[in-house]
Design a protein around this ligand. Structure first.
Ligand SMILES: NC(=O)C1=CN([C@@H]2O[C@H](COP(=O)(O)OP(=O)(O)OC[C@H]3O[C@@H](n4cnc5c(N)ncnc54)[C@H](O)[C@@H]3O)[C@@H](O)[C@H]2O)C=CC1
Ligand SMILES: O=C(O)C(=O)COP(=O)(O)O
Length: 389
């Protein structure tokens, strides 16, 4: 029985993937084999020795101490693209909210009603203060052309916008999905100088933290409207507040409000709703739970952010799953231990991702704990699991 701890509310459709006969799932258990999480901050999380995998039902993994996980031989999964449509739709909403003063207008209507005014008359008399521009014919810059950015860029072309997209690491899949109407910008300056609207869809990393700051805002057009449905830390709040106050930035739509930014002029704060649709909550939860189940039961890895994809059909009665550093000699060490025990390898795959590697060895014999311990002791080995049918 595997023990799975949930750190956030996970869609029931995802939890049903983890059948009760094989998985105990609860927010209140210890010695967990796996964790299912959304945005809960895990940086101070104490890993029990039992923990083998963390599945993030969503895209961003900046709430997880990924390096610490890698060193402990814990696989971190996410669910690429599973909530992209929900974020794309909220981005379209954000473009409109940044333009058409719907938020201020709606609040004003309620105030009129509260003051006892004739709302029908007040609306016609007062609406001119809420005039806002259309999107058609304007220029949009999309920073980050991944699962979300591509969809936002594509749909904006259908709204009649001229779209520039920037992504120095554009994947082949993303390039194939990108509309030919989207102009590729080769640098951020092109986006900053040319766009009436800018939307960021990059992960929060040391490289992207604070990318929207006084230096970048200075390059932008006066009255630019900025959307941030990616992470609060991408924007320097103090610099943004100054730019909003001066009118250099006409509106800032953020899905990551905090006590400081919410005070700013023309800030439209959204309570982190990007992925909060039943459809995307279900997609993410199902994908995360499937990936977690597959790893715990069969040692197969798909969509991990710290380890390579490795899927191998079973071809023996037992399987060794070894997470190790990506250094020479480890595989030789593993096969040496097995051959000394006279164990024949039926099938073996090794894949690497940056500094870490994963080796799956199928064998046709059960081996003693002592042999597993010998493999564990090989230089560079971080985690060994022994699975049997
Ligand atoms: N508001 C919400 O609820 C949600 C927010 N997000 C946020 O959006 C981010 C993007 O999500 P996805 O598109 O699904 O991820 P993704 O991994 O498919 O795309 C990210 C893209 O950013 C690009 N990138 C990385 N560094 C860059 C840089 N310095 N400049 C330009 N491009 C850069 C990558 O090459 C990649 O193509 C997530 O990391 C997460 O922080 C994601 C889902 C929901
Ligand atoms: O997928 C992401 O990166 C998100 O930001 C979604 O977060 P959530 O699962 O809604 O807490």
């Amino acid at each position: 029985m595997f023990r799975i701890k949930t750190l956030n509310k996970i869609s029931p459709a995802g939890l049903s993937v983890l059948e009760q006969s094989r998985f105990a799932v609860s927010s209140d258990l210890c010695d967990e084999d796996g964790v299912l999480v959304r945005s809960a901050d895990m940086h101070a999380y104490a890993f029990p020795d039992s923990l083998r995998a963390i599945a993030r039902a969503g895209a961003g993994t900046n709430n997880i101490p990924v390096d610490r996980c890698s060193e402990a031989g814990i696989v971190v999964f996410n669910t690429p693209g599973a909530n992209a449509n929900a974020v794309k739709e909220l981005a379209v909403c954000g473009l409109l909210l940044a333009s058409r003063k719907v938020v201020d207008g709606a609040a004003w209507v309620r105030t009129q009603a509260g003051m006892g005014a004739d709302v029908e008359q007040a609306v016609e008399k007062g609406k001119s203060q809420f005039v806002g521009p259309e999107l058609m014919g304007k220029t949009l810059g999309v920073v980050g052309l991944g699962a979300i950015g591509v969809q936002v860029a594509n749909i904006a072309t259908k709204l009649g916008m001229t779209v520039y997209g920037y992504d120095p690491f554009l994947s082949v899949d993303a390039a194939l999905s990108l509309s030919r109407l989207v102009h590729r910008a080769l640098d951020l300056e092109t986006i900053y100088k040319n766009c009436d609207y800018i939307t960021v869809h990059v992960p929060l990393t040391p490289d992207t933290r604070g990318m929207i700051c006084t230096d970048s805002i200075q390059m932008m057009k006066g009255g630019v409207r900025i959307l941030n449905l990616a992470r609060g830390g991408l924007v320097n709040d103090d610099d943004m507040l100054l730019a909003l106050e001066s009118g250099k930035v006409a509106a800032y739509v953020t899905d990551f409000p905090n006590n400081k930014i919410v005070q700013g002029k023309n800030v439209i704060p959204i309570p982190h709703l990007g992925a909060s649709s039943p459809e995307s909550e279900e997609n993410c939860a199902v994908m995360a739970a499937q990936q977690l189940r597959e790893y715990l039961e069969n040692g197969n890895i798909k969509n991990s952010v710290n380890l390579p994809t490795l899927e191998q059909e079973w071809s023996g009665i037992a399987r060794l799953c070894i997470i190790h550093r990506n250094i020479p000699g480890t595989i030789a060490g593993i096969t040496k231990v097995l051959s000394e025990e006279n164990v024949n390898v039926e099938n073996m795959t090794n894949k690497s991702k940056k500094d870490y590697a994963y080796t799956v060895v199928d064998i046709n014999a059960k081996i003693k704990d002592l042999v597993v311990d010998e493999i564990r002791a090989i230089d560079g080995v971080l985690r060994v699991r022994f699975l049997s049918h």
